[in-house]
Design a protein around this ligand. Sequence first.
Ligand code: DHB
Ligand code: FE
Length: 284
Amino acid sequence: MAKITASVYTSHVPAIGAALDMGKTTEPYWQPVFKGYEFSKQWMQDNTPDVIFLVFNDHATAFSLDMIPTFAIGTAASYQPADEGYGARPVPVVQGHPQLASHIAQSVIQQDFDLTIVNKMDVDHGLTVPLSLMFGQPNAWPCPVIPFAVNVVQYPVPSGRRCFELGKAIRKAVESYDEPLKVQIWGTGGMSHQLQGPRAGLINREFDNAFLDRLIADPAAQAAQPHIDYVREAGSEGIELVMWLIARGAMADMAGGAAPRVAHRFYHVPASNTAVGHLILENT
Ligand code: DHB
Ligand code: FE
């Protein structure tokens, strides 16, 4: 059977992608950000999975106000890096895993979560920046990726609790797939940030670190926090953090297994307009 081996959590700041693509990683502003991912890149080499289930949000690139799926699973064979208006990032095409994705769609929908099936989708910085942070700049991504898009852009957004419960359903789905695949689940976006309005530039270190503490040790309590708290405390874009609860809900301890091992934790302010947060949790 397939197994979820670990979960990875990381911010997706688009300027990080631009810094990488333009060779600025050693500049004084960026050096401390990339330093936080040195461990992670080595860890990824030592723990390359067979498939990544990557929870991310689209930023009005593949979807728009014309169509707003709350939860959308990518079942395509491949995904093109998106052109977000200033040209597509020079990163490899993302290869999918249609068989596992279809199995997860079937299982999760039968567990009563309504997913939108997406057979064609371009992927923006929400998906490609986390890949770049964890893998660097390879000629091809080392494994297939199942993109799972969550609407955290246009209200109403899903609650943390629903995301957490969805993670549990995804775990059941993965672990009922009849092939011995090692699967990682990634939760991306965050941490505190607000890009517009009078509070633009908001960053809340206390909220972010309390979120990380609770995500690790008491995710059910974190899942109970209402969306309005994220908006108030972490800024309008801080709501991206509910996506981390999907990945956390899929870990073994949420289904009676052992607590995960914290392989890596990193927090840094600033990167562009946000705080950068990053965690790697291993199932033991
Ligand atoms: C920024 C952060 C985001 O999460 C995003 O989607 C776009 C921009 C920023 O910090 O500038
Ligand atoms: Fe974002």
